[in-house]
Design a protein around this ligand. Sequence first.
Ligand code: ADP
Length: 389
Amino acid sequence: MSQKGNILVLVLNCGSSSVKFQLYDMPRERCLAKGIVEKIGQSGSLLHYRAKDKKPYKSKVKAPDHTSAVELVIKSLLDAPRGVISFADEIGVVGHRVVHGGEEFKESTLVNKKVLNAIRRFSKLAPLHNPPNLAGIHACRHLLPSLAQVAVFDTAFHQSMRSYAYLYGLPYHIYKKYKIRRYGFHGSSHRYVSRKASVMLKRPFGSLKIITCHLGNGCSITAVNKGESLDTSMGFTPLEGLVMGTRCGDIDAAAVLYLMKKKEMNISQTDRLLNERSGLLGLSESSNDMRDILRLARRGDQKARRAIDVFVYRIKKYIGAYIAAMNGCDVIVFTAGIGENAGYVRQQIKRGISALISKFKISVLVIPTNEELMIARDAYTIVKKKRKR
Ligand code: ADP
């Protein structure tokens, strides 16, 4: 598989119970194989594997931890006849998705001891995400000790935000001491689709005012001004901003305090309510899945209708705010599961802001996101530079 000058990049996205992977041939940006190991640490772990031009397969596996899951990934890439490499050392670098890079990482970076310690420190800010991300890095260090590893942070793209956009109206010492501020997430997706929009429009990235709407299970919207994230809807955690599958998005903090008092809810119950039982699921009282909700709404279900209305209205409001924040807008991009596929939702949003679209001559694009490719690009660029030194 290896050709002169190319580098194979293994992209890993390690969650608490799954490892998603893709092997990219760079710089040609060809995905050679991809898949997922799911139910890690549980009974019935499964490996789904698909190599380019070959029949996909699914098999029951033993994956008690992330190291064994990563070992399975490497083995499946090696296994004839559906393997795509002959030796593990054909892999030139591993690119890891890391959710939280705090204020320290403004771009992707080679992993070393200092970086590992920082990722561990930021686990406090992302307790569900950074620990499995770290586990994936440790697994690779253990299995492939001489291999370069690159961390690509969800928060990094948004580190360009100025203090007026990232500070909350709290006492400043709270920010200084506890680092409570807007960080923003889905950075690789917003970065990928905004760059792609500039390529599609044949206009320089640095000259455009772009609003990117990542509407998946998690939803966020970003104002990309002249190539930089100026503002984004997710905040200190991915709870803030738009209404999502199960997250409420923006809410008056005092309403949460009121509820905790009134219902005598403790911290973890409140956390569950806001993160897991709200959003589309809470409003529709039926599903967190937009496909189900659209189906129900078509049949006249009023609760599903209401959920779509709140979802759409919140997006329109953010688009308006970001047009003001950038003092204009050239293009709005829709991406991720809902953004790419739910034509009805897009149409409702577009209809609601039609006056703005025509006034500012805004292009509206649908661009499939590809966070893995963004990770592969960064890992490739960094390792190539390292080899040149
Ligand atoms: P994740 O954030 O987990 O990566 P996705 O980007 O896959 O999620 O988005 C999941 C959301 O996309 C779900 O609400 C799902 O219902 C919605 N979705 C996927 N396909 C369609 C479709 N054809 N029509 C409407 N909604 C869709």
